[in-house]
Design a protein around this ligand. Structure first.
Ligand code: ZN
Length: 277
């Protein structure tokens, strides 16, 4: 299940208590996280600590978001407090995007599908793509240790979504509708993944060094950061069964990159790691 992992060092994962503590700290002090929470409240989606769940996940992903469940962080896929903060910001970007397009989150959200499962996704570490399973509830219930082998690295992806399972989109217009993001629209999914990779710290120099993705000097760091954002978004979008093949998912990400890199709301443009080419 592991793919393209390049993280050179196998790190121990955190305990549930470690991650819960890091979440508490992040919610109280981390600037981007607090800005996102404030922006969500202003957009009509106030959330409290109960919106954040620390679980042991069977999927090889670091976290996930589903409107009706909230944000999930997978302690058995996270290795450092920095990764927890990045995952927290990443999932909150998705929550904010869902909210700003008229979706509701938390107790007020209505599952849009039949199953209310979430897919913990993204950010994490871990294995490669295919290990994403369906749902928060699955993640909670099945404590099956999944294959995270020693230093895998780049995780898979994430699939967030509302309702029925992995919500990773599939070929729509890219125009958010009222009622929240349409996770079955590949362009919408790609855009929120680009934003999450760009604004969460996923593609910081440190994270890229830890993954073994050293800057390619001929490209320069700016191009490297854009490449990181595109790569990580594509990993996430490729988990969406509606997005076609891995190459097709990457093509949608490439198409959406300029517009979605430029959209840094509610954070400042200076908080993004990459800028439109
Ligand atoms: Zn994501």
């Amino acid at each position: 299940m592991l793919q393209s992992g390049q993280e050179p060092v196998a790190l121990d994962t955190l305990t549930r208590a470690d991650v819960a503590d890091a979440v508490d700290h992040g919610l109280a002090t981390a600037g981007p996280v607090r800005k996102l929470l404030h922006a969500m409240a202003e957009a009509g989606c106030p959330v409290d600590r109960g919106f954040f769940h620390v679980l042991r996940c069977s999927a090889a992903v670091g976290g996930g978001f589903a409107p009706e469940h909230g944000v999930i962080l997978c302690h058995n896929r996270l290795h450092t407090r920095r990764e927890v903060l990045n995952a927290l910001a990443h999932e909150l970007i998705h929550a904010y995007d869902h909210c700003r397009y008229g979706g509701r989150v938390g107790a007020g959200a209505e599952p849009s599908g039949s199953g209310a499962s979430t897919s913990p996704g993204d950010d994490g570490d871990g294995g490669g793509g295919a290990a994403l399973t369906s749902g928060a509830s699955d993640a909670a219930a099945s404590a099956a240790p999944t294959a995270r082998s020693s230093g895998s690295s780049e995780d898979s992806s994430h699939c967030s979504g509302s309702g029925g399972g992995v919500d990773c989109g599939g070929g729509g217009s890219g125009s958010p509708r009222s009622g929240g993001l349409d996770w079955s629209d590949c362009r919408q999914h790609a855009c929120t993944e680009i934003r999450a990779a760009n604004l969460s710290g996923d593609c910081s120099l440190l994270q890229e060094l830890l993954r073994g993705n050293l800057p390619l000097l001929p490209l320069g760091w700016a191009a490297q950061q854009r490449a990181c954002v595109a790569r990580r978004a594509a990993l996430s979008v490729a988990m969406n069964p509606a997005c076609g093949t891995r190459d097709e998912a990457a093509a949608v990400v490439a198409e959406m990159m300029p517009a979605c890199l430029a959209d840094t709301a509610p954070l400042d443009a200076s908080e993004a790691v990459a800028t439109p080419p």
